[in-house]
Design a protein around this ligand. Sequence first.
Ligand code: ADP
Ligand code: MG
Ligand code: MG
Length: 876
Amino acid sequence: SKFVYFFGKDVTDGKGSMRDLLGGKGAGLAEMANLGIPVPPGFTITTEVCVLYLKNKKYSEEVLKQVEEAIDKLETLNNKKLGDPEDPLLVSVRSGARVSMPGMMDTVLNLGLTDKSVLGLANKVNDERFAYDCYRRFISMFGDVVLGIDFDKFESLIEDRKKELKVESDTDLDAKALKDLAERFKGVIKLEKGFDFPQDPKVQLQMAIDAVFESWNNPRAITYRKLNEIDDSWGTAVNVQTMVYGNRGNTSGTGVAFTRNPSTGERKFFGEYLINAQGEDVVAGIRTPDFIDTLGNKIPEAYNQLVDICQKLEAHFKDMQDIEFTIQEGKLYMLQTRTGKRTAASAVKLATDMVAEGLIDKETAVTRVKAEHIDLLLHPRIDPNARLEVIAKGLPASPGAAVGKVVFTAEAAEEMAEKGEKTILVRTETSPEDIGGMAAAQGVLTVRGGMTSHAAVVGRGMGKPCVVGCGEISIDIKSRLFMVNGHTIKEHDYVTIDGSTGSVIIGKVELIDAEISDDLKKILLWADEIRTLGVRTNADNPADAGLARELGAEGIGLCRTEHMFFGEDRIPAVREMIMAEDEKSRKKALKRLLPMQKEDFLGIFRSMEGLPVTIRLLDPPLHEFLPDKEELDAKLRELEASGDCGKIDEVKNVIKRVVSLKELNPMLGHRGCRLGITYPEIYDMQVRAIMEAACELANDGMQIVPEIMIPLVGLVKELSITREEVCKMAETVMAEKGVKIDYKVGTMIELPRAAIVADQIAQEADFFSFGTNDLTQTTFGFSRDDVSKFVPIYQKAGILEHDPFAVLDQEGVGEIMKIGISKGRSVKPELKMGICGEHGGEPKSIHFAHKIGLNYVSCSPYRVPIARLVAAQSTI
Ligand code: ADP
Ligand code: MG
Ligand code: MG
């Protein structure tokens, strides 16, 4: 089989669709070569070889042969040979996995230089300084990436040399200084590793290829994969590519760019470059790069060609591209193209713009916006009217506001996060080692680096607010503080950063709720056209219901009536009801509650006029409404001490009731329809309140669609008895009010037994709603309130992938749901079914709900837009 794929003018084996095998970089290079775009020739060793190498720690004969052949071909094509003392071929060795992992795998440039060939290179181009610049870069990169020597060991020698020669910048070092550095670098290698820097280019190449493959398993790469749910088994490809030089003087340079603005989505070429520089200089933050627009004044032909190529790439890939290029003495070469990472705001703008431009259709647009994007866009931001003390301005690298305590190391950010503290990570610049800390912090602030620096790229990828290149700041790491414009900010002081404006603000700024932009509205309306799954909300007050409706909810899937019972004005009446010794006094207390409940339903029905409202009758165990036993005991002691005999009996009574209501497993105890059956007058009152409210509004000409839901049914008789009672009351109220309303009576399916006898239960139900919180609890036998003690341990040990209360367990709970659906529909094919647990707003679970044929999901108001989008994506 084929292990090595060549790319270059006229000789490209691979193509863009082969990213699994060639990695993103290799596939992109092949596709550009196929499009006739100038790409330095080279070859890609496949990800398959990586997987085999990491397993066997060696290569097969066939792989070695194919690599050898590819090198021959590259030499012939370039008419140069590796290690040739007269005119050497130099290559770069670049990693590239299936999905881009910024900064994770390192690249080695100028490979093939040796003590001999460097002279040939100098001679050939008649530039000794250039040749030694390449050589010292190569030795240090080789030492760092391939041999694992700390890059600072080399970097500090450069700094020393610059000090000795009293120069500012790397570009001020002359040939002699660079030659001298190359010698010193070789000395570092000898000292650190005990062997000489290899002088055989074939050996150099093999060592570099091995190192790239092995870097798949370095800790930074593993962390990144974990954070981004990337499969550890994929492996990386290696690209060996002919070098081109951006460090050949003032008509040479190197840069990175996006075909559109990745931060805002604006249709404007966006990027940075450096003249007379090589490789990573732009992103490493060593010199501050220039904005791409100005390249047109310096090297106009190459710039115009670059703009053309970008347009060609966008038209071809139909998405924003992130590109890398090098200009060698006026001639442009493309070194990379990939789909650009984007912020939430830009994802939305790019998608809607590209539909308007006719580049993509609405379905594609809906898939370009991710659930996480919407989540971010609905996140709080800085109140535009707040009075802010802005102490510095940096570059707005990744939008959103973040508030937290200042920390200066990634470890500190992680430690604070474990304690539940919010932090802002402040660094001179970030590197891949900081990824864990960046993830743990609320936001990132750096002193150096541009819009394409590590912090910026990773921040945007993570959706983490980020301000970079804030040069006014000076960090004093020893005293654990930073100073800026006369302010001193100590470790653990609060700061706020605004990644949309670049502002750094002193203190803890109040954030306000987000607004849905017109572009996002457009995307969500397209999603509504596409999706078949309904989206409702869980709401139990008019304000939430109204908000959810604005966010696109098509009704209420779960209105929990018990939340209303906790209101300050209600609790005495609720307690009176619970304390009641007999039916008569219970009814008296319920009478007091009736008008309050009715008032609630009037409000909710009004805000959901015309849409279905599913109301669940009382569900939790009664003791939840009573005061705590210990508190009561304390009160009793107090009363006894003060001799206030009047109240003592009352408190004793309450204690008696609390004790009698105490249950060992309340979640499996006297709750749900079990309450309704033992105290029918409670449900009677609730149904009366619902129906009176509905009838009165109907008499006012409103269309009200109540759906009364019975919780925790496991036996069909529980439902039939309760249902009869509910209907009797509903008919009574409608007769009293002289109006007919189309109401429904249905049930929760939240016990495995209910799912299994769903065919019986369906006979008595107008609808089903899967209560996946309780269904998960009862299927696993996990107490919802105690899982935090062991689920994290299960996740670490690989016993559970996700917390089943956050992400629906499709294998177990999901199968039970399927039984419930098919048994229910075997009796009533049109039976309407939904899901109302927390899972209703979780993307993976929403896809599942669509797949198994539910009619709707119901989730909290702020997740409604996410559910609309994901429901549409489920159909595409
Ligand atoms: P990363 O995946 O970290 O972006 P790359 O493999 O893209 O690493 O290499 C980083 C940089 O090295 C490139 O952006 C480019 O500037 C430079 N580079 C890589 N290969 C070559 C080459 N053949 N000629 C010139 N520069 C190169
Ligand atoms: Mg790159
Ligand atoms: Mg429940």
